[in-house]
Design a protein around this ligand. Structure first.
Ligand code: LLP
Length: 441
């Protein structure tokens, strides 16, 4: 469910016309719907209501301060993976005491900072990290709250680049070794064993792999609890969203169609997992990123040129792979729609950006309405891993972001001022003071 729809042939986010937003803020432009963010958070929170639980939004999906503030206001906790993300959460009004800190490469400085902030728990990914956390905690004379991340070796049946819970991934501690690690961890004086964590992958569109992983890990949790007094079990994030019928899925009626019947929803997730988790009697944590923000955002781009070559029709737009890397990196398919609906036959088209790489392609051979210079297209479902994965490749400034709430719209990030891209660079002395004459043959 989301809040992007056509009204009289024009695309709207909630009650705000996308055309009006691009007129004011230009393109490429990310537009977020606060109602959609709220809806997804509340749906998941509600589905887990029968359990003591905490929804920890995964900041990496979309870390704009307004997104974080909106979720903090709703009572969300946060899943962070760097000092930067933790600082963002605090800066946006979130509470560090609701934060879990994951990631295989936490530095000493990051551990020191997070500990000082009193985070909820570290998700520990190796024994070496456990020892490092123990050393830092000893120096600070505190006991660090930790959860060990178990790698359950369950295939999440998702894209290989976003699978995390099998033994060919770098994450967590193999299932069979976890109990021995807890036994050794107990001897570390400055580590407090608080929970167990797992996360098997991202963009899981079925509930089955979650169920499978929980069924496999629940008996382990039952063995660990009496020994170590754990008080939470985090089942990670990974809930998938609809990409291919993104626009249609904004319509409640679509959810009653055949196409929607096997799609993961907060309700089906809760219905399958609550009965498995409830008997554990622990607080359950979930760390959704994409599920909350994915369908809540679009990337709006302007058509610059239309270039037919052979049998191809290239629509060249002003957003590039630096603004949205998912299609180039994962072959992700985002629905693309015109901001103003067009009549007439569709043309098989490739929507491509201006970056000098063939992978700078948002879609290939896709039937799209005939568009021309100055038309706007919306790349749907880009609220997660869209802006947060941008770069300035080709020295292109980072795009602007807007948040919509009902009839209100606000710029929540300025388009990057071009010189900011190179402002941190400096010349070494030997280049600064010597200007070689140009070589001419
Ligand atoms: N918890 C942990 C420990 C994670 O590693 C992740 C994501 C999440 C939670 C949130 O996962 P989500 O609910 O958003 O699926 N850039 C990729 C996705 C990378 C996910 C990395 N870890 C993409 O654009 O598809």
């Amino acid at each position: 469910m989301h809040e992007f729809r056509y009204v009289n042939g024009k695309l709207y986010c909630e009650n705000v016309s996308i055309e009006a937003l691009v007129k004011e803020h230009g393109t490429p432009l990310y537009v977020y719907s606060q109602k959609t963010l709220t809806h997804h958070f509340q749906a998941l929170d509600g589905a887990l209501a029968p359990l003591p639980h905490m929804v920890c939004y995964s900041v990496k999906a979309n870390s704009n301060a307004s997104v974080l503030r909106c979720l903090a206001n709703l009572g969300s906790g946060f899943d962070v993976v760097s000092e930067g993300e933790l600082r963002r959460v605090s800066g946006a009004g979130g509470d560090p005491r609701t934060c879990v800190f994951a990631g295989v490469g936490k530095t000493v400085a990051e551990i020191e900072y997070a500990m000082g902030q009193g985070i909820f728990a570290f998700t520990v990914e190796s024994e070496a990290e456990l020892e490092r956390i123990n050393r830092v905690a000893a120096r600070q004379k505190v006991k660090a709250p930790v959860a060990i991340r178990v790698n359950p070796n369950v295939d999440a049946m998702t894209h290989p680049k976003i699978t995390t819970g099998t033994y060919s991934n770098k994450f967590g501690i193999p299932f069979e070794e976890v109990e021995a690690v807890y036994a050794r961890a107990r001897k570390l004086k400055n580590v407090g064993l608080r929970g167990l964590h797992m996360h098997i992958g991202s963009q899981l569109t079925e509930v089955k792999p979650f169920e499978q992983a929980v069924r496999k890990v629940a008996p382990l949790v039952e063995r660990l609890v009496p020994k170590y007094g754990l008080d939470f079990f985090s089942i990670g994030g990974g809930l998938g969203i609809v990409y291919e019928s993104a626009l249609a899925s904004g319509d409640p009626a679509w959810w009653k169609t055949d196409a929607a019947k096997d799609i993961l929803t907060a309700e089906s997730f809760g219905a399958a997992l609550v009965p498995l988790l409830k008997p554990l009697g622990l607080r359950i944590l979930v760390e959704p990123g994409r599920f909350i923000s994915g369908n809540a955002g679009i990337l709006v781009t302007r058509v610059e040129y239309v270039k037919p070559i052979g049998s191809k029709n290239f629509i060249i737009v002003d957003a590039g792979m630096n603004d949205l890397i998912r299609p180039a990196l994962y072959g992700a398919k985002h629905e693309i729609v015109p901001v103003v609906r067009k009549s007439g036959p569709e043309i098989s088209s490739d929507v491509v950006g201006p970056v000098c790489e063939t992978s700078d392609t948002f879609c290939s051979d896709r039937p799209l309405p005939k568009v021309g210079e100055g038309d706007f297209l919306a790349i749907m479902s880009t609220g997660a891993y869209g802006f947060s994965m941008t770069s300035t490749y080709n020295s292109r400034p980072l795009p602007a972001e807007v948040m919509v709430n009902g009839r209100l719209a606000a710029l929540v990030r300025f388009r990057q001022y071009l010189p900011r891209i190179w402002e941190a660079e400096k010349l070494p002395r030997w280049l600064k003071f010597h200007r070689l004459p140009p070589t001419v043959d």
